[in-house]
Design a protein around this ligand. Structure first.
Ligand SMILES: *[C@@H]1O[C@H](CO)[C@@H](O)[C@H](O)[C@H]1NC(C)=O
Ligand SMILES: *[C@@H]1O[C@H](CO)[C@@H](O)[C@H](O)[C@H]1NC(C)=O
Ligand SMILES: *[C@@H]1O[C@H](CO)[C@@H](O)[C@H](O)[C@H]1NC(C)=O
Ligand SMILES: *[C@@H]1O[C@H](CO)[C@@H](O)[C@H](O)[C@H]1NC(C)=O
Length: 499
């Protein structure tokens, strides 16, 4: 028995798809300001008469008109910041007819939630737990965190998240209590009923299968709660997801302070920095079935780790690589970033656990970017109180990555997904997803071309994966990565688009 790394989705883990995995060809370029301005104006004008809201469909119709033109123009982008981000704003407010929280004393019962996985998988579970409580008119008991995952972290919800803020922020949507009231506990003659919902269930599942049990038993526990609700919900429920994920879930003061301290240290050295979630860790590499040129030693080591999972199919490392399923090496991530235009004076924060191959593997990246930092390097002894708690360490990395000007994902795990979505919501802060499939071809041919040609080709294959508002979505994308219901186009009169 082993954990599934916070990683790939090909064996039904993680949910969603894509990430570095299998983006469609990069064919979308950023919109032309002039055209967008006109398009937004026309749409706004039309909606005056029809009360029509700009939908995804409208939006893609507009885009398809300028896409081909833009692509030919090959407009260079500002690698630090999307200039189109100001055309959008976050919109997760409740609509006026959204049902208010059902009071505890008139709710259908108490919902206990046991989350599962690492910090970000649990975050997704907590987000959906609130939505399920709303669907069921239930009172939510503050979720229990997973203490038995591979990460073995004893932290409680209130050690990671500000629990009072969580309860008060959500009070208009769902009643949340810290524990089941004593009288209710005493009145129960049996332990709470426990069940596990299938992955990605529809709301109907909860009203037809879960509600009757909840009402009969009054207290119900849902276990292994992570991706237990479908990615596609009504707009109002998607917005509730955003209120939970982007507002109600706030780290405790001590975690927040530690994260901010690291951010300040970086900002003192440089006004801008890039954060990379490298995730080049032994379990991740073993799980992916990839090979990184370390000969028999690597095959043996990773093969040994691979035995943790009893259901992994035989994979051809070559094939996985050509399908873009292998995380880039630190060196390759560095080459991609330099080719995209980040200079050797760029400040780099690397979020990661144990790097496979250690210093040796990191060396080429450090040579490309000498201003290289990790939380251990920035915090030194301040980090000590956090060291025994993997979730708290992950939370600190989360904060520094979230605050970065540019965030680079090197995997399609939960942290990468959650942060990518959050950064879109918070104003399309740049997030770069490596196009592993096409980059691999370029890395193999690196010696056949000069640096300028290589750089041009890297820029080309990365189009549509740079965190622009109109990025390419993987075929089976996840709401947590593309929270489109919570991102609105600014009203034309409020958009300062000029030629
Ligand atoms: C439920 O609780 C609210 C305050 O928490 C109270 O005003 C209301 O009377 C209670 N309703 C019932 C049916 O007990
Ligand atoms: C929740 O409460 C609302 C109104 O109070 C009601 O219309 C709805 O049917 C209830 N849903 C469930 C699942 O009990
Ligand atoms: C960056 O590269 C230039 C030469 O291309 C070199 O002179 C300079 O020392 C390098 N900067 C750092 C921080 O290594
Ligand atoms: C324009 O946007 C700002 C936020 O950037 C908002 O505060 C203001 O109310 C908006 N004005 C109009 C007319 O929508």
């Amino acid at each position: 028995m082993g954990r599934k790394p916070d990683a790939a989705t090909k064996f039904g883990g993680g949910g969603g798809g894509g990430g570095a995995a299998s983006p469609r060809p990069a064919r979308r370029a950023p919109p032309s300001p002039v055209f967008l301005g006109t398009a937004l104006f026309v749409l706004g004008f039309v909606s005056l008469f029809t009360g029509h809201v700009v939908t995804d469909a409208d939006w893609s119709r507009i885009r398809s008109r300028w896409r081909s033109k833009q692509f030919r123009n090959n407009e260079p982008i500002d690698i630090w910041k999307s200039k189109y981000s100001s055309l959008y704003h976050a919109c997760s407010e409740r609509s006026t007819d959204f049902r208010s929280a059902v009071l505890e004393n008139s709710s259908t019962g108490y919902l206990l939630i046991a989350t599962s996985g690492g910090l970000n998988q649990q975050r997704i579970g907590i987000t959906d737990a609130v939505v399920v409580a709303w669907i069921l008119n239930a009172t939510l008991v503050v979720p229990q965190l997973d203490h038995h995952s591979f990460w073995k972290d004893e932290s409680e919800f209130s050690d990671i998240f500000d629990v009072d803020w969580f309860i008060s922020y959500l009070s208009r949507d769902v009643s949340v209590v810290k524990r089941i009231p004593y009288e209710v506990m005493m009145s129960m003659d049996k332990l709470p009923w426990t069940m596990r919902a299938p992955r990605k269930s529809m709301p109907d599942f909860y009203t037809s299968e879960v509600l009757p049990i909840l009402m009969r038993r009054r207290v119900l526990q849902l276990t292994k709660f992570d991706y237990r609700l479908t990615s596609e919900l009504d707009e109002d429920l998607q917005k509730l997801r955003c209120r939970v994920n982007y507002h109600a879930l706030r780290f405790t003061n001590s975690i927040q302070a530690m994260g901010q301290k690291l951010v300040q240290k970086l900002r003192l050295m440089s006004s801008q920095y890039v954060a990379i979630h490298l995730r080049f860790e032994p379990d991740m590499l073993a799980f992916s079935g990839c090979y990184y040129g370390g000969g028999e030693k690597e095959r043996k080591e990773l093969g040994e780790i691979r035995k943790r999972w009893d259901t992994l199919p035989e994979l051809s490392a070559e094939e996985e690589r050509s399908r873009g399923k292998c995380p880039l090496t630190p060196h390759e991530v560095g080459l991609m970033l330099r080719a995209l235009g980040f200079g050797n004076d760029t400040y780099m924060y690397v979020a990661s656990g144990e790097i496979y191959g250690g210093e040796e593997t990191l060396k080429p990246l450090k040579e490309l970017f000498p201003n290289f930092y990790t939380k251990e390097m920035l915090a030194v002894e301040d980090l000590e109180p956090f060291l025994p708690f993997s979730s708290r360490l992950a939370a600190i990395d989360f904060i520094v990555c979230d605050e970065s000007d540019v965030f680079v994902t090197n995997n399609n795990g939960n942290m990468a997904k959650v942060l990518a979505g959050r950064r879109r919501y918070m104003g399309h802060k740049r997030t770069i997803r490596p196009n592993a499939k096409k980059l691999n071809v370029l890395f193999q041919r690196r010696n056949e071309m000069g640096w300028d040609m290589f750089s041009r080709k890297v820029k080309k294959v990365q189009r549509g994966l740079m965190g622009e508002p109109d990025d390419i979505r993987p075929r089976q994308y996840d709401f947590h990565e593309f929270p489109s219901s919570c991102i609105c186009i600014r009203k034309p009169e409020n958009t300062s688009v000029t030629a």
